[in-house]
Ligand binder design. Sequence first.
Ligand SMILES: NC(=O)c1ccc[n+]([C@@H]2O[C@H](COP(=O)([O-])OP(=O)(O)OC[C@H]3O[C@@H](n4cnc5c(N)ncnc54)[C@H](O)[C@@H]3O)[C@@H](O)[C@H]2O)c1
Length: 251
Amino acid sequence: MSKSTVLISGAGIGIGKGMAEAFAAADYRVIATDVLADEGAGVVSALAESGADAEFHEMDVTNTDQVNGVIASVEKAYGPITTLVCNAGIAKKIPLTTMTDDQWDLTIDVDLKGMMRMIRAAAPAMRNAKSGSVVCLASIAGTAYGWDEHVPYSAAKAGVSGLVRGVAIELAKDGIRANGIAPGFIRTAQTLDPINSVGEEGLNAVAPSVPLGRIGDPSDIADVAVFLASNKARYITGQTITVDGGVLVGL
Ligand SMILES: NC(=O)c1ccc[n+]([C@@H]2O[C@H](COP(=O)([O-])OP(=O)(O)OC[C@H]3O[C@@H](n4cnc5c(N)ncnc54)[C@H](O)[C@@H]3O)[C@@H](O)[C@H]2O)c1
């Protein structure tokens, strides 16, 4: 059987890097993409050194031509993408009353429209293959948790759960599944940013209130993505799975 191919956006750092490592461990061919070329290349060379099949492509999810081009070149080389991981995202602290239209547009463009661009480009070949899966990074801030001064992020992430439902229904007849993961607090550059998120001190303050007693690691999310992409999740589609160490149920 030919090797499965996963394409991951934002794979240079954080959860996306964890995705690249987890899918490589599951014997996928890993196509790591990011706007961070050095970090993405570093992830790929570390994976290649450990014997994995991995390559890096620079891809900005706000650039339709680039997204279409990267996905077409991967399909030309390896056939339809088996699993698409729409992970790239930004989270900016933006008070509502001073927010500009451009600030709103940028977050929606990266966090929601960027995922649509990837799925739109990969879906035709997946459809022809009558198989494939999509995993999108939503957030508890888009499903149940109110995040102060993060209106565009919360709206975009709620949109991701809707995107997943819509894609799941439209592509189900072709054997393609689409699901979301809503992480809680995961230790990455995003959450460690004290201006736009909680920062190191904030994470340390939150950790004891997480029912499972710790802040999440990127691998906690990536392992769920590998499961959702696999045949073990063959009857799951259109869902956004919360992976938060019990934060929401503990409120
Ligand atoms: N860390 C958390 O606690 C947490 C919680 C909920 C949801 N999430 C979501 O998980 C995903 C990954 O988050 P993270 O914490 O690893 O963030 P991060 O900031 O550590 O990494 C984000 C990645 O996205 C990439 N990226 C940003 N803009 C891009 C663009 N225009 N095109 C392509 N790539 C771009 C960055 O270069 C980076 O590689 C995001 O969608 C985020 O919203 C994270």
